[in-house]
Design a protein. Structure first.
Length: 158
């Protein structure tokens, strides 16, 4: 039984399935919509575009959208958006791989939304140019036009 638990608990936590082990900290206040976490790789001097994140009020979850450079995989920035908000933030011109984490209770950048964190990767790369600022509207529909793939929570910052 001990061997099974030592294998099952990491898998359960990795995929966000509820388990008996809770997150490693208290519930925190989610950042304001439009706040960004910018890494050293985010060079806004090379030109700016914009990126839109919108969450309809019917979707009670909050989101963190992570942009990584499509060619190198370097993390560029994370954009916060609360349920019911619509934000547009400046981003460096470039091609991005986009990951989105969502949930209700916020535990910080390390634990994200705790056990209930849901992570999806946007399948097509998104391109930000001077004339075209991409974005995501989290309006989930069976006939939606933005394919995504569910990912383990560990892929978000790992």
């Amino acid at each position: 039984m001990v061997a099974l638990l030592s294998i099952a608990v990491p898998l359960i936590n990795q995929y966000g399935i509820p388990s008996f082990a809770g997150p490693s900290g208290p519930i925190l206040s989610f950042p304001s919509s439009g706040d960004v976490f910018i890494t050293a790789s985010a060079d806004l001097r090379r030109g700016q575009s914009r990126f839109r994140v919108a969450v309809p009020a019917a979707d009670r979850r909050n989101y963190v959208v992570l942009l990584t450079a499509a060619d190198t995989g370097e993390r560029i920035m994370a954009i916060y958006c609360r349920s019911g908000d619509d934000v547009v933030v400046p981003v460096p011109i470039g091609r991005y791989r986009v990951l989105a984490a969502s949930g209700l209770d916020w535990y910080g950048l390390h634990d994200l939304f705790g056990r209930s964190t849901h992570v999806e990767e946007v399948i097509p790369e998104m391109v930000a140019t001077v004339l075209n600022g991409p974005g995501i509207v989290f309006r989930r529909r069976p006939d939606g036009n933005l394919p995504t793939q569910t990912m383990p929570k560990s892929h978000f910052f790992g």
